[in-house]
Structure formats: C-alpha cells, structure tokens
Design a protein around this ligand. Structure first.
Ligand code: ISL
Length: 570
C-alpha cells in the first residue's frame, strides 16, 4: 500500500481555460482568471489540475491547434501568468499537468509553414505529404491518397495547390498531422516537453496519443455511409506507438517520473492495448482515457445519433476495464470532459433530481479503482447547454457535422439539432457558473459561448454555501480517496450485473471492505444483495461511510430516488 504511486489516491480537475474564468472582460477565460479561482480548487481538495491548451494558437479547435508550443496565447495571458499559476497551485499542494497536443500542429506553426513552402523543404517530411492517386489530378473527386473520413467531417486530406500534393489531417484542415516516423520530429517534441518540465509543470495529458503511429502504406478503410471510409484501423494503436512512447519516456521522463503524472488520451483503445500502455514495467504512460463507456449511448449513426444508455451495458464495460487492469496497469475514471456532454444530463436527470443524480453518478465513478477526473462545473452539477438553434453553437466538430449532413442530405435539421443537443461538445463548454449575476460571474463582457440560464440556481456560490450540495459531495468523495486505502487500491467486485436500475459493487483490501450501492433511477428500490454482503444486526449493510442524502441511510436496504451509499463491513 505504501509503495503505491501517489496518483492512486489523487483526483484530477480539468480546466478548459476558455470557459473557466475571464479576468479582462473580453468574454474568454484566461490564466489570471484561473489564478483568481485557485481557492475553489483547494476547497474541493483536488490534487492535480489538468489545463487544456493555453499555447499560442489560431483557435480553430479552441487551442488544440498549436502554432507555438513554448508560448501562451495572448487571449489567455502570458508565460509569466502561467508561472504564477504553477506557483499558486504548488503553494496549495496541487500539481499542474499540461495538455500535450503532438499528433498534429496548427497549419500556422512554423514547422508546417516551412514544410508546405516547397516539395524540397527540409521539413517536408515532418508531415504527411502525398501526391494525388494515380490517374487523378489534385482536387479531383476521389484523388485523395486515402478514403479516410476526418473526425471533423470530410476527407482527412487537404490539397495544396502550390506543391501539387495533399497533406494529412485527422482533425481539421488547420491541424496537419506530424510525421512521427521522422526522428527529428520526435526529438523536437521531446525537447519541448523537457522545457516545460524544467519550467515546473508536473506532467502531461497527451492528446490522441494512440493516433501518432500510422500504417505508412496508408491503406483505404472500410467504406462508411457516403463516400468516405473509416481509416481508424490504420492509425489507432499503430505499429510503432509503443516504441515511440517508450522512447519518449527515456528522453523526457526517466529520472523524474515519480513526481509526475502522464495520461494518454486514447480514443478507440482496446483493453489489451491499454494494458500495454499502462504496464509500469513498460514505461509508457501512467494511465489512459478509454472511450467505451462514453460510446454506449451512440447509435449506429455515431455520436450525433443518440440512444439511451442501458445500465447493464455500463456495468459490463466498467466491469471489464476494472478486471482487465486489476493486476497490471491503471484506469482513469471520467464522465465529463470538454468533448463530452454533461453527465447529469446524459446519464442522470437534470430536472427534478439534478442534485441527487449528480451525486449518485459521482459516487458511482469515484468509488471505482482508478484515478478520477472531475471536469470544471461537474462538481457544481452543471447541466448540458440545451441550445435549440444552430447559431448558438461554436464547436468546429458540431458545425462541420451539420454542414456535411446538410450537403449530403443525411439528416433533417430537427435530427441534427437533437444530435447536437445530446452530444455536441459545446454542452460542456458553456462558462463555469460562479454566481447568480448576469454572466454567472464568468465575465463582465460578452461570453464567447452563452452562459446557461440555470446559473441563477446552479452556481458555485450556492453550492459552497450548502453542505448538502453536489460540490460538498465531491469534496467528501475526494477526501475519502485520500484517507481510505480501500478506495484507492481495493479489489473491485461487481454485484447485480443484470440489474437495470441498481449499480452495486464491493471494494476490498487486507480484510477491509466497502459496499457501494447506487440507485440509478428516479424510483425507490429495495436491494437484495443475498450472500454478497451480510446484513448487520439491524438488518442493514453496516456503518454508513458516505451517503448522498443528508439524513444518511433512512431505510436499511431501500434506496430512495438516485440515492447512493457507501457502507463499511461492520
Ligand atoms: O469528441 C470527439 C469527436 O467525436 C472525440 O473523438 C475527440 O475528437 C477525440 O477524443 C480527440 O479529442 C482530442 O483531440 C482533438 C480535440 O478536438 C479534442 O478537443 C481533444 O480532446 C484534436 O486535438
């Protein structure tokens, strides 16, 4: 237990700087705004802050398109502001993890500007340049080197008239993919990472890090609806990705890894691959973000084709990941981030039982084995945006999806609006609701994305004042992980896997055990755990460690709507 890494007891808080706190009235959050709110983070008790990109960027994808890795974008502040934030967090015992976006740069990064300047440029090979398919001319339909569909709609290939070739971009055309096959690229990235660690940051969240190694023969993928194909099989967990991560570890982290945190964002990762990425003996990353549980409510048409979650599917997924990383490797645990809808709207009830369901879902997540991540506003029970018009959206993925669907006639406007309202990324990007004043205390100017009108009720000021709030429940969950080794390290056993309403499991370590029972519904329920967990003398499940209702466990084995409880074996 003593040997376990510090991050087994830690909780990470994600800041999406654009939407966290504005300090200068331009309607865009910034570093000085974050500085003014560090005491909120300290009060919550989180151990680590993961800061989404603040680097210099044309903001085509809100900073995930970087034109200078070693400077701060003026809209967010200065390097001096970032230094001050590092100090402020460290003073309060928190660490700062930066976002590392190195699958691609901005097309305005000097590396790409040079690469595109001529076919003979010394940096030509730093990106993926390919001629049109044989027998076609640049820009012809079907001339793209592969049929791959971009994450942000359309082709992954952009024609460049000046040099007569295409470049690869898995995301937007302003996010050209770096060619990791080239050792100069890798060394440039490692040097930049060392520069940040020397500056005092405590690790990296690595954007789409399992997409950096492509099949260099660039085969077509199976055809999707329409003209494009799914190329993911040729760039997800690609042939050299583990070699690259091990090299990165040697070049960047070796000798300083104990104090740091590394987490790979790995869309489409399989459990077998996750074991390889996170096996400490392999020295790649500490943990990865897997995506299975956030795909369970995607229909056959993808993320903008929503369908309801089945609780048994969620249990099957989490149960498999808990078991699969029990002996080797480590899970990260998350509901929300800047790409996902708000969990209380998605899997909870953001109306009548907003508070109860937010607490229930938080309890469910935080009591699993792994490192929990809280996304800004999740600790306040913030909800989806509930936008009803296209002109309210700003997210490039959403806007390009709409444009493509309209061009191809694959969805009605009504279907599109429903898809965006369910799964659009702007749901999680509305400004953090600090108080009940007109722009929720986020800005004195005009917010870049509309503030949710429910900020008059749902806001940090109200949450902090109320001991029964979603905020204080998160605070207790975070503290419990600090204090109780069973939460951090205990074995996980799923109970009632076939139950569509109740999510229950045990955690056990060295003869100690916790029972977690969560009613994932708005109807009361008796729960019979038969021989899985013996009843105590009062017919209950033992002493209550943490409950989501203010009066504790009102009835021994009946859960009220969205009630969550953690009991200790008596
Ligand atoms: O939200 C998604 C699209 O449906 C995800 O697939 C997302 O694009 C994927 O998880 C990668 O996300 C990361 O890289 C993107 C950036 O837009 C996201 O914000 C980032 O989290 C490109 O850098």
């Amino acid at each position: 237990v003593e040997d376990a890494p510090w991050w087994t007891r830690a909780t990470v808080y994600q800041i999406y700087p654009r939407s966290f706190q504005d300090s200068d009235g331009d309607g865009i959050g910034d570093l000085r705004g974050i500085l003014s709110r560090v005491d909120h983070l300290a009060a919550l008790g989180v151990d680590v802050v993961w800061l989404s990109p603040v680097y210099r960027s044309p903001q085509d994808d809100n900073g995930y398109d970087i034109s200078d890795y070693q400077d701060v974008d003026p809209s967010f502040g200065t390097l001096a502001d970032l230094d001050a934030l590092i100090v402020a967090l460290h003073e309060r015992g928190m660490r700062l993890v930066m976002d590392l976006v190195v699958n691609h740069t901005s097309d305005e990064h000097p590396w790409f500007v040079e690469s595109r300047s001529s076919a003979g440029s010394p940096k030509r090979d730093w990106y993926w340049w390919r001629p049109p398919r044989e027998g076609t001319a640049l820009g012809d339909p079907g001339a793209e080197p592969t049929n791959w569909h971009s994450f942000f709609s359309g082709s992954t290939w952009e024609p460049d008239a000046a040099t007569g070739e295409y470049y690869l971009h898995l995301f937007s055309r302003k996010q050209p993919d770096l060619n990791w096959e080239n050792p100069e690229v890798r060394q440039a990235v490692y040097a930049m990472m060392r520069w940040w660690l020397d500056r005092g940051v405590d690790g990296f969240r690595m954007d789409v890090i399992n997409l950096i190694s492509k099949d260099t023969t660039l085969p077509d993928g199976p055809v999707l609806a329409g003209v494009w194909g799914d190329g993911s099989g040729h760039y997800t967990d690609g042939p050299r990705v583990h070699e690259y991560l091990q090299e990165m570890h040697r070049e960047v982290f070796a000798g300083r890894d104990a104090a740091l945190l590394t987490v790979g964002e790995t869309p489409g990762v399989t459990l077998d691959e996750a074991v390889l990425y996170t096996d400490p003996a392999r020295r790649e990353v500490d943990m990865v973000f897997q995506f299975e549980h956030v795909g369970l409510d995607h229909g056959p048409g993808g993320k903008f084709d929503p369908r309801p979650l089945r609780l048994t599917d969620l249990k099957a997924t989490f149960g498999r990941w808990q078991a699969g990383l029990a002996e080797v490797g480590w899970n990260s645990l998350y509901w929300d981030n800047h790409d996902q809808p708000r969990v209380v709207s998605r899997f909870g009830d953001d109306g009548r039982y907003r508070r109860e369901s937010a607490k229930a879902l938080a309890t469910l997540l935080h009591l699993h084995r792994g490192t929990p991540y809280v996304y800004q506003g999740e600790e306040l029970g913030m909800t989806n945006a509930h936008f009803t018009r296209f002109d309210q959206y700003r997210d490039i993925e959403s806007l390009r999806h709409v444009a493509q669907a309209r061009a191809l006639g694959t969805a009605t406007d009504e279907q599109l609006l429903a898809g965006l309202a369910a799964h659009g990324r702007d749901n999680a990007r509305t400004p953090v609701q600090w108080d009940a004043t007109p722009h929720a205390g986020f800005t004195t100017g005009t917010p870049w994305l509309a503030v949710n009108p429910n900020h008059v009720e749902v806001n940090a000021e109200a949450e902090r004042a109320d001991p029964d709030s979603v905020f204080h429940h998160h605070r207790r969950l975070i503290a419990l992980r600090h204090e109780d080794p069973v939460v951090a390290l205990g074995d996980f056993t799923m109970l009632l896997p076939q139950d569509e309403q109740v999510y229950a499991f045990t955690r056990s370590l060295d003869g100690e055990a916790l029972l977690v029972v969560v009613n994932v519904s708005g109807e009361a329920r008796d729960v019979d755990l038969a021989d899985a967990w013996a009843l105590d003398g009062d017919g209950g499940w033992g002493p209550l460690v943490l409950g989501s209702y203010p009066d504790g466990a009102a009835s021994p084995t009946t859960l009220r709507p969205w009630e969550a409880r953690v009991h200790r074996r008596g």
